[in-house]
Design a protein around this ligand. Structure first.
Ligand code: GLU
Length: 291
């Protein structure tokens, strides 16, 4: 069987032990299956991503002995492709412009009599009660107001009809609550998610779904922090008519305080560990891998 997986870091900070675990898990899986391991730099956030951090990622992976197949794909080189994917959803009437600020959205949610409350990714915005008046929309566009493109779950539900309840994804790993096997999708847990903004042509969700398909990824191996996003990713894959991979989410590595590593934990970066004299083998042992 063809097996293609990937590691897809964002150069917004140095890699830490959690990233090393993710990269090593995916790399080892590819080696065991005689498959391919790809490296993708997810740098769509032009304000937070830095080229020197991309260089540092390559150095860290090299230090860990992780080699990738083929060229590195850098998302910032491909904005027009993500825009084209958004255009397809626009043409199908599945996205809408949302001019509301975060605060306005929160107020609207609080006012709604049956608002869905909190989902695993935070407060759920289930969309506006009615579509925006086209004259008002044109006026706001003319005024140059900022907006986001949101996926309309109502429109998706109508579009899919009987298929809406039938979509599922295959989890070969485990979600944060032990979810595994065939998982019926619940995009309503995330609500009307932002897929692009006026000034940023794509979100992580659009880009990741587009790229995984384009690069022929058969196995998406990543941390459980992205498990719930999979409900949305599976829906986008269906809407865009893309091939469906399987997912293997893995547990998150925790620090000595029991909390998961964040990019701000400077001491847990691979760079800091290397500078403290730790070896690749020490890192592997700490992560529970045998050399
Ligand atoms: N770029 C994402 C991150 O650094 C990972 C994306 C993915 O594996 O799907 O958290």
């Amino acid at each position: 069987m063809k097996f293609v997986t990937r590691f897809a870091p964002s150069p917004t900070g140095h890699l830490h032990l959690g990233h090393a675990f993710s990269a090593m898990t995916a790399w080892r899986a590819a080696r065991e299956e005689g498959g391919r391991f790809l490296l993708r730099i997810e740098d769509i956030d032009r304000t937070r991503c830095k080229p020197e951090l991309e260089t540092a990622i390559l150095e860290d992976l090299d230090w860990l002995g992780i080699t990738h197949d083929g060229d590195v794909r850098r998302q910032s080189d491909h904005f027009p492709e993500y825009a084209a994917a958004l255009d397809r959803l626009r043409a199908d009437g599945l996205v809408y412009r949302c001019f509301k600020t975060r605060r306005e959205i929160m107020e609207e949610i609080e006012r709604a009599p049956h608002h869905p409350g909190e989902g695993p990714e935070g407060v759920i915005y289930a969309g506006p009660d009615e579509e925006m008046d086209p004259i008002e929309e044109a006026a706001r566009l003319d005024a140059g107001d900022p907006y986001a493109w949101r996926l309309s779950l109502n429109a998706c539900r109508k579009r899919l009809g009987a298929d809406w309840g039938g979509l599922s994804f295959t989890e070969e790993g485990e979600g944060p609550n032990g979810e595994t096997g065939t998982i019926p999708i619940r995009p309503d847990l995330l609500g009307d998610v932002i897929l692009a903004r006026k000034d940023v042509g794509t979100s992580y969700h659009m880009a990741v779904v587009h790229d995984d398909a384009l690069q022929g990824v058969t196995h998406v191996i990543r941390g459980q922090d992205l498990y719930h996003a999979t409900h949305l990713h599976r829906l986008l894959i269906h809407l865009l008519g893309l091939p469906v991979p399987v997912w293997r989410h893995h547990g998150l590595i925790a620090g000595p305080d029991g909390k998961r590593f964040a990019k701000r934990d400077k001491s847990a970066t691979l760079k800091a560990m290397r500078e403290r004299g730790m070896t690749r083998k020490d890192v592997l042992t700490q992560l529970g891998f045998r050399d």
